[in-house]
Each structure stands twice: as C-alpha cells, then as structure tokens.
Design a binder for this molecule. Sequence first.
Ligand SMILES: [Zn+2]
Length: 259
Amino acid sequence: MGDSNDNMLRYHRQMAFDEIGLAGQRALRAASALIVGVGGLGSWVAELLARSGVGRLVIADDDKVDLTNIHRQALYDQTHADENQPKVLAAADRLARINSETTVQPHQLRVDASNIAQLADRIDLIVDGTDNFHTRFIINDYSVRYSLPWVFAGVVSAEAQMMPVIPSNTACLRCVFDSPPPPCTDPTCRQAGALGPAVAAIASMQAVEALKILSGRSDAVSPFLTKIDFWTNQIQRISTAGSPDCPCCRGGQFDYLEA
Ligand SMILES: [Zn+2]
C-alpha cells in the first residue's frame, strides 16, 4: 500500500510527534501484534493499536461478553452483553469500524502451550491481556525461546503493574517472578475487583511500550517494572536487571511451554 494522503491523513497528529514521524508510522503499518486475551487490558490495547495504525492484530480469547465486563473493557457495549457475543467477534467488528486498514484476525480460543506458536506466526510482538500468571509464563517462555518481545501487565483492585520484555535486552518475567502464584491464591479481578480507569491507564502504558517496539524504537522502551496504585497515587519504578539465576532467559528452561 502506498502513502496516499487518504490513508496517512488519519495519522497526521501521531506522525507530527517526532519520535514516531513518517518512518515510525510506516513501520507500524508493516507491524503485527498478537493480543492474548481481549478483556480488561487487551480490549484497550487492541483499540489503541488499531487507532495507531498497526497493520495486523491477531486477537485470541475464548470468553463471551457479559454485563460485568462493560465497566472496564473497551470495544464492548450493552448489546454485546445482552447477546452474550464472543469477545473476539465483537472486538473484530468494532476494530474494523475504527480502522479498516488494520487487518484483524480473531481466534475464539484460550491461548496455551499447544497453540501459541501457531498464533504467533509472523508476529512482531505479544501483548499480555490475560488475567492469570500461568498463561503469562507460557508467553514469557515463548518470547525468550524465539526472541519475540512482549509486554506484561496486570491489575488487581486499583493496583497495576506493567513491564516490557525484550529478550537478550531486558529482564524476563521469570527474572522478576520466579514462579506463578498458585491458582487458588491468584487474586484475579473477579475475586478482588478492578477499578475501570486503572485498567484503562495501565493498558495505555502497555500500548505506548508496544508502539515503541513496533515503530522501531525499542531503544526507548522502559527498563523498569512499573507499579502504580491508582487510588493512593503511589508510583514505583523497579529496576529489573536480569537475574543471573533465571531458569528461563539464563538457564534455557522453558517449563511452561513444554509442559
Ligand atoms: Zn529471565
């Protein structure tokens, strides 16, 4: 596709931001991202990346829209909830209306070790839109094994955290969390609740890191684990030098991918 005025005009304000520019915008159009889960985090990131002109989005989720989703999930409305629509189909329809230049490939399934390779085929970046650490550890294994960047994020209550992972460059998730919390104590948003704007805010930060990577500006990626309590306004930036004992990025063990 050429750079006709029509298809670049919508990105005018974004290209006017020097760090993106025309070169960055062209890179975004050629780029692709796999969004694992289009719930609270993934629906916001999908919308922001489509609006920003990322060329191809692969979205995967096996869930359906219900009324308890609407307060914190972009893309969905009451009609989707009333009809109990599959999230990936509702999301794909909405994303096509937002930006018909973005190719959206929906997959109504739960990402696991058996299907991540197929979903991540010809993908430049994985975005974490999950609500559980087990899937995040599978994503992390895949990322490190195949040198594919990903952006982790999570929200419980009003507390959110976010960390980009660029293999061989930054720490990986297992450098920071040596193992997933056991499922019975894993405080997902269903048990602990989630403040809608906290989800939107950390997903926006996740999208910024994704845009840096996809526009060719990985040099600008945050080297920190960022933790924000959006209720008390406490912000922590935790330095994440890779752990020399990390079984994944140092030890070459991919326990969650091979399980
Ligand atoms: Zn590591």
